[in-house]
Design a protein around this ligand. Structure first.
Ligand SMILES: [Zn+2]
Length: 440
């Protein structure tokens, strides 16, 4: 049915339709504001909690964490935009976001942003990877069957342990490392997207689990459970915890439409309300984790797909080619980009070389100095001085980018204050001057 027919059928007067449209748009905007409000408030609360602890223990790193989180949760750091134009469909939409991103795991805005990014990566990988038409002799309990590759969704859980969030995560990581190196996993799972999720049980223990969206061959439930249980048992033992459960659980189901499952594998690490259930001292422990293991991972053939697409994009657009000589302009662009994406994942290993799936190899690369290093070297006071300037700079850059991308949109902060366009224009001129002044 075409749009016109629909309009005719509903027999609504144009004014009435317009009023309804207005209400829908207003409701959407109110919903955006309430989500932004919530994220801002949560950030403030967690920052205050951390600060209280940090002051008590004179812990500069924790104070730095609180300040970064607070800057991200600041109502000025949020933007609301109306009348964005979708370039493909021409439709108008409204939206909101943060200008500076702290990248911290306890930040509602930044974890939402990183989940969205993971979703985009996973979708790209899945949409461009078809299960291959190849036959495989698969174990069943009393022999073999011949099967082909299919999409499957797997959930791996661990028995309850009385340990902190950090320790639970470490044990899970160890079990996963053992599991993914098993011959059976290598043979049966040629392509894997992995993510980690957790909930808090009533007794305050953590229910950590792993989700996989994978291309795999058939494997009987019992064999999968056995393999995973062995890995979890070893991990428990290495951490001095007795494994008393009968087994660790592994769930395995066929997926008809893999793109629909992408959102299942790319949810937030936990529901937003979960953070309220974590005792403060454990929140602090989370804040103090400096190196997060990868929570989201793409491996095997999915990874090859992404590498191929990246190479194709580069070939189609020679200006983005990496072997081109970098110019001053590129350097400035990179600098601007750095502020834009700074700390999208605090301390998490970045996705680097496409061919290497080995974390040991990745860690050999020189590490970029992070905010914790700066506090350790220069002290908190000096760091914060620099940090506030960085935030202001990052916010202005982001505003300019948004204006360039959506020239017809109207922007305000979370309290409805319009942006100072004259000031932004002055800033744009200033950074252009600064770029020209950088010596060659
Ligand atoms: Zn943030």
């Amino acid at each position: 049915m075409s749009n016109n027919q629909q309009l005719y059928k509903t027999k609504k007067l144009p004014e009435q339709m317009l009023a309804e449209f207005d209400t829908a748009a207003r409701l959407k905007k109110l919903k955006a504001i309430s989500v932004a409000d919530y994220r801002s408030e949560r950030g403030e609360v967690v920052a205050a909690l951390l600060e209280k602890y940090a002051t008590l223990h004179n812990n500069e790193l924790c104070m730095g964490y609180a300040e970064r989180l607070r800057a991200c949760a600041d109502r000025n750091n949020f933007y609301l935009g109306e009348d964005f134009v979708d370039k493909k469909t021409g439709e108008l939409f409204s939206g909101f976001g943060t200008l500076f991103g702290c990248g911290l795991k306890l930040c509602q805005s930044c974890t939402a942003r990183s989940a969205a990014r993971n979703r985009a990566i996973a979708l790209r990988a899945v949409k461009n990877t078809e299960p291959q038409n190849r036959e495989h002799y698969c174990y069943i309990t009393d022999g073999y069957i011949v099967e082909q590759e299919r999409y499957r969704f797997v959930t791996l859980t661990m028995p309850e342990i009385f340990a902190s969030f950090k320790t639970t995560l470490k044990i899970q990581k160890r079990a996963w490392d053992l599991f993914r190196k098993l011959k059976i996993v290598k043979n049966y799972f040629p392509a894997i997207i992995k993510s980690i999720e957790f909930t808090v049980r009533k007794n305050k223990t953590y229910h950590d689990h792993i989700h996989l969206l994978a291309i795999s061959f058939f494997l009987p439930d019992e064999l999968l459970k056995q393999a995973w249980t062995d890995c979890v048992r070893t991990a428990f033992e290495e951490f001095g915890i007795q494994f008393v459960a009968k087994q660790a659980n592994a769930n395995y189901k066929l997926v008809r439409n893999p793109t629909d499952m992408v959102k299942e594998v790319c949810k937030y690490i936990t529901k937003t309300t979960t953070w309220d259930e974590i005792p403060p001292e454990q929140l602090i422990e989370i804040a103090e984790i400096e190196r997060w293991d990868r929570l989201f991972e793409v491996s095997g053939r999915f990874r090859q797909t992404l590498a191929r697409l990246k190479a194709e994009d580069a070939a189609a657009d020679p200006s983005s080619s990496s072997n081109k000589k970098t110019t001053l302009k590129d350097n400035v662009a990179r600098e601007l980009n750095y502020f834009n994406t700074d700390g999208i994942s605090d301390g998490e290993l970045p996705e680097t070389s496409e061919s290497s799936e080995n974390s040991e190899e990745i860690s050999k690369k020189p590490r970029r100095e992070n905010w914790r290093d700066t506090i350790r070297r220069d002290g908190l006071e000096k760091y914060l001085e620099k940090f506030y300037r960085q935030v202001e700079f990052a916010q202005k850059i982001r505003k300019l980018r948004l204006i360039l991308k959506y020239p017809d949109a109207k922007f305000t902060d979370l309290d409805g204050r319009a942006w100072d366009l004259a000031e932004l224009e002055k800033f744009a001129l200033q950074i252009r001057l600064a770029a020209d002044e950088i010596p060659h």
